[in-house]
Design a protein around this ligand. Structure first.
Ligand code: HEC
Ligand code: HEC
Ligand code: HEC
Ligand code: HEC
Ligand code: HEC
Ligand code: HEC
Length: 386
C-alpha cells in the first residue's frame, strides 16, 4: 500500500506540475456572465449640418444660366486664345492666360514686379473675371475680380483718373504696353533707330484711347476735346460691349460688336436710343478711318485722315503699303513698318499715333473726337516736313 501511495503521490505531483506548466500558457474555461450593467445616460442631439449643395442651384439650374454665358463666351476671342501659346513668356502671360493674370494680380507686367511665364496656360475663363466658387452662391458671378482702376503702364506724363465702373476689369488687360523709343516731343528733330516692325502700343490701346492718353499730341489746327462723350457710358466697355445680346451670338459674354448690325443695340444708351447710331458711325468712319469704299465695286479710299496719314508715311519710307485684292478689287489695306528705320521724332510719333488708332481696332469709336484730332494734327505735322 505504501509503495502504491508513493507511486500515486509521485504520479499526482507530476500531473500537477504539468497542469501548472500548462496553465501558464492556456486560460481555464470562462466563468458565468456577470449581471448587466446600468444603461448609460442618452447623449445630447447634434445640430443638423448645413446642406452644402443648396446654393449650387443658384447657378447650376435648369434655366441654363451658366450654359448661356458659356455659349456666348465660346465664340469670343477670349475663349479662342489665338495668342495663348505666348503665355510661356512672362511678358505676355498676364493678359494672354488665366493663370498669368492671377499671378500678376491683374496687372500689366510692365507696372509690377510679380509676373511669370506659364507653361500650362488656359484661356480667359469665367474664373478669370469672376470669383467663381468662392462663396458658392450666385454672388460669385455677379462679383468681378480686379474692379478698381489698374496701374497704367503708359500715360506719357498725363495724370489719369478714369473710373470705368465694371469696365475697370477690362482695362487691366486692354491698355497700352510700353514701347521704345519714347519720342521727346520737345525736340522733334532728334533721330530714332532700332524701331521694331511691331512698334506701337500693342493691340490693347482701347482704355488709353477712351481716356485720351498714351499717344503723342502734336499741336495743330484741330483742338483736342477736353472730354469724351463716350465716357458717359455708365460701365465703360461693359455698357457698349455687353449691354445687349443678339441671336447670332455677339454682345453679352461674346463682347464683340458687329458694326454692320449691332450698333442700334450697342449704342442704345445714347444717340436717340440707338436710332441714329449706325448713320453716325458710317459718316464718321468714311471721313476719318475708311481705307476702302465698299459702295458697289470696292475702290481704295484716299481721302480719310487715316489713309492720308498712312499714305504720307509710306511716301516718307516709313511704311510699305500692301493691298490684298480679290478678283482685282481691294479687300484689305495694311501699312507695314519698314525695317532698319532711322527717322526723326515727327515721323516716329506720327507713325506711333497711326498704330495706336489702328491697334485699338474700334475705328475711333472709343473716343471719336480725340481720334480725329490726333489724326488731323499728325497729318499736318508730317506734311510740314515736305
Ligand atoms: C456663381 C455661380 C455658381 C455657383 C453658386 C456654383 N457654381 Fe459650380 N460652376 C460655376 C461656373 C461658372 C463653372 C465653370 C463653368 C465653365 O467652366 O465654363 C462651374 C463649374 C462647376 C463644376 C465643373 C468642374 C469645374 O470646376 O469646372 C462643378 C463640378 C461644380 N461647378 C460644382 C458646384 C457645386 C457642388 C456647387 C455648390 C457647392 C457650385 N458648383 C456652385 C458657377 C457656380
Ligand atoms: C497688357 C496686356 C497685354 C500684354 C502684356 C500682351 N498682350 Fe497681346 N493682346 C492684348 C489684347 C487685349 C489683345 C486683343 C485686342 C483685340 O482683339 O483687338 C492682344 C492681341 C494680341 C495678338 C493678336 C491676336 C489675334 O490673332 O488677333 C497677338 C499676336 C498678341 N497679342 C501677342 C502678344 C505677345 C507675343 C505678347 C508678349 C510679348 C503680348 N501679346 C502681350 C493684351 C496684351
Ligand atoms: C472677360 C471677363 C468675363 C468673363 C471671361 C466672364 N464674365 Fe461673366 N460677367 C462679366 C461682366 C463684366 C459682367 C457684368 C455684365 C453687366 O453688368 O452687364 C458679367 C456678368 C455675369 C453674370 C451676371 C449678370 C448677367 O449678365 O446675367 C453671370 C451669371 C456671369 N457673368 C457668368 C459668367 C460665366 C458662366 C462665365 C464663363 C462662361 C463668365 N461669366 C465669363 C465679365 C466676364
Ligand atoms: C485677362 C486679360 C483680359 C481681360 C480681363 C479682358 N480681356 Fe478682352 N481680350 C484679352 C485678350 C488677350 C484678347 C485677344 C485674345 C486673342 O486673340 O488671343 C481679348 C479680346 C477682346 C475682344 C475682341 C473680341 C472678339 O471676339 O473679336 C473684345 C471685344 C474684348 N476683349 C473686350 C473685353 C471686355 C469688354 C472686357 C471686360 C469685361 C475684357 N475684354 C476683359 C484680354 C482680356
Ligand atoms: C461707346 C461704346 C463703346 C465703349 C464705351 C467701348 N467700346 Fe470697344 N468698340 C466699340 C465699337 C462700336 C467697336 C467696333 C468698331 C468697328 O468694328 O468698326 C469696338 C471695338 C472694340 C475692340 C476690337 C475688337 C472687336 O470686337 O471689334 C475691342 C478689343 C474693344 N472694343 C474693347 C473695348 C474695351 C476694353 C473698352 C473699355 C476700355 C471698350 N471697348 C469701350 C464701342 C465701344
Ligand atoms: C454715354 C452715351 C453715349 C454712348 C453709349 C454712345 N455715344 Fe456716341 N457720342 C456721345 C456724345 C455725347 C458724343 C458727342 C461728344 C463727343 O464727340 O465726345 C458722341 C459722339 C459720337 C460720334 C462722333 C460724331 C459726332 O457727331 O460728333 C460718333 C460717330 C458716335 N458718337 C457714334 C457712337 C456709336 C456708334 C456708339 C455705339 C457703339 C455710340 N456713339 C455710343 C454719347 C454716346
Amino acid at each position: 500500500m505504501k509503495k502504491v501511495n508513493v507511486f500515486y503521490f509521485v504520479a499526482s505531483l507530476f500531473v500537477a506540475v504539468m497542469l501548472i506548466a500548462a496553465s501558464c500558457t492556456k486560460e481555464g474555461p470562462a466563468g458565468p456572465a456577470g449581471a448587466d450593467g446600468k444603461d448609460g445616460v442618452d447623449g445630447v442631439d447634434g445640430v443638423d449640418g448645413v446642406d452644402g449643395a443648396t446654393t449650387c442651384t443658384e447657378c447650376h439650374d435648369a434655366n441654363q444660366t451658366i450654359s448661356m454665358k458659356q455659349f456666348q463666351w465660346e465664340g469670343s476671342s477670349h475663349a479662342a486664345g489665338n495668342a495663348l501659346a505666348r503665355s510661356s513668356s512672362s511678358h505676355c502671360s498676364s493678359c494672354h492666360s488665366h493663370q498669368g493674370f492671377v499671378i500678376s494680380d491683374g496687372n500689366n507686367p510692365e507696372t509690377v514686379d510679380t509676373w511669370e511665364g506659364v507653361d500650362d496656360p488656359i484661356v480667359i475663363t469665367c474664373y478669370t473675371c469672376h470669383p467663381i466658387h468662392t462663396t458658392y452662391t450666385a454672388e460669385d458671378a455677379v462679383a468681378l475680380n480686379y474692379d478698381e482702376q489698374p496701374n497704367w503702364a503708359v500715360t506719357h506724363d498725363k495724370t489719369v483718373d478714369m473710373d470705368l465702373g465694371k469696365g475697370n476689369l477690362c482695362s487691366h488687360c486692354h491698355q497700352s504696353r510700353t514701347r521704345n523709343p519714347v519720342v521727346d516731343m520737345n525736340d522733334l528733330t532728334a533721330m530714332y533707330t532700332g524701331i521694331s516692325t511691331h512698334y506701337g502700343p500693342h493691340y490693347s490701346s482701347q482704355a488709353n484711347l477712351m481716356g485720351a492718353f498714351g499717344a503723342y499730341e502734336f499741336a495743330g489746327s484741330a483742338t483736342y476735346p477736353t472730354s469724351n462723350g463716350h465716357l458717359g457710358a455708365e460701365n465703360g466697355c461693359v455698357s457698349c460691349h455687353m449691354g445687349y445680346t443678339t441671336a447670332n451670338g455677339t454682345g453679352g459674354h461674346n463682347m464683340h460688336i458687329d458694326a454692320g448690325s449691332d450698333l442700334e443695340k450697342a449704342c442704345a444708351q445714347c444717340h436717340s436710343a440707338g436710332a441714329g447710331a449706325e448713320e453716325k458711325y458710317l459718316e464718321y468712319y468714311h471721313e476719318v478711318f475708311a481705307t476702302i469704299d465698299h459702295d458697289g465695286d470696292p475702290t481704295l479710299n484716299t481721302t480719310s485722315y487715316y489713309t492720308r496719314l498712312g499714305d504720307l508715311l509710306t511716301d516718307f519710307g516709313v511704311y510699305t503699303k500692301v493691298v490684298d485684292s480679290v478678283d482685282g478689287f481691294p479687300e484689305a489695306v495694311h501699312y507695314n513698318i519698314n525695317r532698319d528705320l532711322e527717322i526723326n521724332g515727327t515721323l516716329t510719333a506720327a507713325m506711333f499715333n497711326h498704330r495706336y488708332l489702328y491697334q485699338d481696332h474700334s475705328h475711333g469709336m472709343h473716343n471719336p473726337g480725340y481720334a480725329e484730332a490726333l489724326l488731323k494734327n499728325s497729318l499736318e505735322a508730317v506734311e510740314a516736313l515736305k
